[in-house]
Design a binder for this molecule. Structure first.
Ligand SMILES: Cc1cc2nc3c(=O)[nH]c(=O)nc-3n(C[C@H](O)[C@H](O)[C@H](O)COP(=O)(O)OP(=O)(O)OC[C@H]3O[C@@H](n4cnc5c(N)ncnc54)[C@H](O)[C@@H]3O)c2cc1C
Length: 412
């Protein structure tokens, strides 16, 4: 969704040119490989003479290595640890920082896990934590991983001009007026809609992102780029220079890893991605201290709790029953979004952002308790138009029954 945390301004636009609300957003900068698409083969030739085609522009910024002062660790110096965290993305780094604050010291005898490094050396630890991202193979699942996917193309660009207010960020522009001359794109967009996210820095510098909120199977990346190109042309935005571009692909929803298991997880692979929004980073920052506390209670205590009780404690520290139930509810939200077409999606968000901000702020930032989530859903249904209610009731009975079944299983 190209968004993170922080109370800054934003606008939501649905069917017409009507900004509806303000919301918490901020962009996550990143550099991704630049992909190009051939326009020759598509039957929707576009006249690019006036605004040009920004897709051929190469981003100025290239991915590079971090300049880090971390000393190289010689595995033969100390093969035994309290905790080993695999991966230093946001999840791994945050948890490492939190755990290290407890200064845990444990003498190792048994109950150890071993990891094998690429150079053949082995490291042992009381607890191995997998923070290696979505494609990890260390964590086990006992259900099929039926993810939905958020996919987006973003550019941080220098433009001749743009029509956005400098003191606002546009969170979701669901308009499709830019596809008037693009019958092929318009038909597809009416079934599987994408929105624009825009964050102006000044009148010539702006971050723009075309996003598919959730799709299964994932919407094609080249289609997203073509939609963005049509949208920018329609908005009269001529891109002079692409400073950075980004491709975003986030698996959402699906089952949680088996709880508990010998390897603990944090970050994307641990199931903390918000199933209805794709947000993860801020939530991981907030949850890591709780996991660190659970680890410290076990490994830092004189009782030296290790083995199965340790795994049980840390997994349940991350996923206590109430949080699992809330996630189940948000997975239902994702399944609902997957079933809605453009009109249904607009109606849904009209009702969503019409709610008391406490609810939609809380839902987007995963702060609502289970009880509040129940009130939120009733309130959302109450605010929805009749057609939206009908949409949800007619298209979502299966996900609803599945959610209720899963809720019952979790409680048992
Ligand atoms: C362009 C883009 C924009 C995004 N915007 C947002 C946003 O606005 N808000 C948001 O919440 N999320 C956003 N996301 C998603 C977010 O970046 C991910 O959910 C998050 O990075 C996942 O964090 P992680 O720590 O679980 O894994 P990762 O960030 O994937 O980090 C895993 C690390 O582990 C390393 N690793 C993997 N395997 C091994 C191994 N075997 N041994 C050692 N190391 C290993 C990897 O190299 C990597 O450094 C965005 C993603 C992209 C691509």
């Amino acid at each position: 969704m190209g968004t993170l945390v922080g109370p800054v301004l934003s606008a939501f636009t649905t069917s017409k040119d009507r900004p509806l609300f303000r919301s918490p957003t901020a962009s996550l900068p990143s550099s991704k490989p630049h992909l190009t698409t051939s326009r020759k083969t598509h039957h929707h030739e576009i006249n690019t003479s006036r605004f040009g085609n920004f897709l051929h522009l190469k981003p100025e910024s290239k991915p590079g290595c971090l300049d880090s002062d971390l000393p190289w660790f010689n595995t033969s110096d100390r093969p035994c640890f309290d905790v080993i965290i695999i991966g230093t993305g946001p999840g791994g780094l945050r948890l490492a920082e939190q755990v290290s604050q407890y200064g845990i010291k444990v003498k190792h005898e048994e109950f150890e896990s071993t990891i094998q490094c690429d150079d053949g050396s082995e490291l042992k630890a009381s607890l191995i934590i997998d923070a290696s991202g979505f494609s990890s193979s260390f964590v086990e699942y006992d259900k099929p991983r039926n993810y939905g996917y958020q996919i987006a193309h973003g550019i941080f660009a220098e433009v001749d001009s743009h029509p956005f207010d400098l003191d606002k960020m546009v969170l979701m522009d669901w308009r499709d007026s830019h596809l008037g001359n693009e019958p092929y794109l318009r038909v597809n967009n009416s079934k599987l809609a994408t929105f624009l996210y825009a964050m102006p820095f000044d009148s010539n510098l702006i971050f723009l992102e075309e996003t598919s909120l959730v799709s299964r199977p994932v919407l094609s990346y080249s289609e997203i780029k073509r939609r963005m190109e049509a949208r920018l042309r329609h908005l009269g935005i001529r891109v002079r220079k692409v400073i950075e571009d980004e491709k975003c692909l986030i698996p959402m929803g699906g089952p949680l890893p088996r709880i508990p298991q010998n390897v603990m997880a944090i970050g994307g692979i641990s199931g903390v991605v918000h199933p209805s929004t794709g947000y993860m980073v801020a939530r991981t920052m907030a949850l890591a201290p709780l996991v660190a506390e659970a680890i410290a209670e076990c490994l830092g205590s004189t009782r030296m709790i290790r083995g199965r009780p340790l795994y049980h404690k840390v997994w349940n520290g991350l996923w206590p029953i109430e949080r699992r139930l809330s996630r189940e509810f948000c997975c239902f939200g994702m399944e609902t979004l997957l079933k809605l077409d453009l009109v249904g999606t607009r109606n849904f968000f009209e009702a969503f952002f019409d709610l008391d901000p406490y609810y939609w702020h809380g839902f987007l930032s995963s702060r609502l308790s289970l009880h509040e989530l129940a009130s939120f859903s009733l309130s959302l249904f109450g605010h929805a138009s009749n057609s939206s209610r009908l949409d949800i009731m007619s298209k979502c009975p299966v996900p609803l029954v599945r959610m209720l079944g899963n809720l019952a299983l979790q409680v048992i």
